[in-house]
Design a protein around this ligand. Structure first.
Ligand SMILES: C[S@@+](CC[C@H](N)C(=O)[O-])C[C@H]1O[C@@H](n2cnc3c(N)ncnc32)[C@H](O)[C@@H]1O
Length: 260
């Protein structure tokens, strides 16, 4: 066995999850324009946990299925192909909970997606209200009515975050406690690093304009003011899996089966 090798099914780095639910588990599924909400199962296998809860992986055991809710967009020009924007699987939902636990005051969000972050924020007494900028009317149509509005002042604004950024964030004068940006889903290294460059430029601009706000870029932990603790052993397991940092970059299926 090579030195430093970590058994990736060691319980220190791999948590077994045999049942799963999030606020989106109760969503009505549907189609609006080119977007849809669908449910899919994660079946037996190993899946990435990206360091959340100090785990590299989670395992769905034999005989179990996790019900997962997904927001998908029709691939332009195709009738049958769909691009997944967000899922409520364990690392995505847990990340939203970790960010929300650090939030206070008014919170500005870029990207609604499944609205998981809005659910997590609604449970935080220190959060006053939440403004979310979402580009796609169809996403708002599918998700807005499934958010916990009576619990919290959640405002959803249809608009393009890039337009907001290039207008020097004019018109948004609030003293934000947190600015949360979750706009990218990448499927390969080139896209990932393009998105990282894009996010890094936004981070500079946001920190300059709101020096007191916590700035969070979901998926780009090195740019974020809120991170999760990851032990050396979990890092070692993540490195073995080819993860160079805790970038959650999109929605991936189970790990390929290992030869024993
Ligand atoms: C990954 S999802 C967000 C997931 C969300 N954090 C959650 O908790 O479910 C990204 C969302 O950003 C939206 N989006 C992408 N580019 C955008 C832009 N330039 N301006 C506003 N919204 C955008 C997408 O339509 C999608 O709804």
């Amino acid at each position: 066995m090579p030195s430093g090798y970590v058994d990736i099914e060691d319980p220190d780095v791999c948590v077994t999850i045999d049942r799963w639910s999030t606020p989106a588990t109760a969503y009505m599924m549907g189609l609006s324009g080119n977007f849809r909400l669908v449910r899919k199962d994660y079946t037996r296998g190993l899946y990435r946990m990206s360091g959340l809860d100090d785990k590299a992986l989670f395992k769905v055991p034999k005989g179990h299925r996790l019900p997962i809710t997904a927001l998908e967009e029709r691939v332009p020009g195709s009738r049958t192909a769909w691009h997944c924007w967000m899922v409520d699987d364990p690392p995505h939902w847990r990340a939203m909970e970790v960010y929300a636990a650090a939030a206070k005051g008014p919170v500005l969000c870029a990207g609604l997606g499944l609205g998981l972050f809005q659910h997590a924020l609604a449970r935080q007494p220190a959060v006053d209200y939440v403004m979310t900028i979402e580009r796609e009317a169809a996403v708002i149509d599918l998700v807005n009515h499934q958010l916990p509005h009576p619990l919290k002042d959640l405002r959803i604004v249809e608009g393009d975050w890039r337009g907001v950024m290039s207008a020097d964030l004019a018109g948004i004068e609030e003293d934000w406690g947190m600015i949360f940006v979750d706009l990218w889903v990448t499927s390969n290294l080139r896209e990932k690093y393009e998105a990282l460059g894009d996010a890094a430029q936004m981070a500079v601009k946001l920190r300059d304009r709101w020096p007191n706000a916590l700035i969070v870029f979901h998926g780009f932990t090195p740019l974020s003011d809120v991170k999760w603790d990851v032990s050396e052993k979990t890092w070692a397991a993540m490195r073995q899996l080819g993860e160079v940092d805790a970038i959650i970059d999109g929605v991936r299926g189970p790990m390929p089966k290992r030869r024993r």
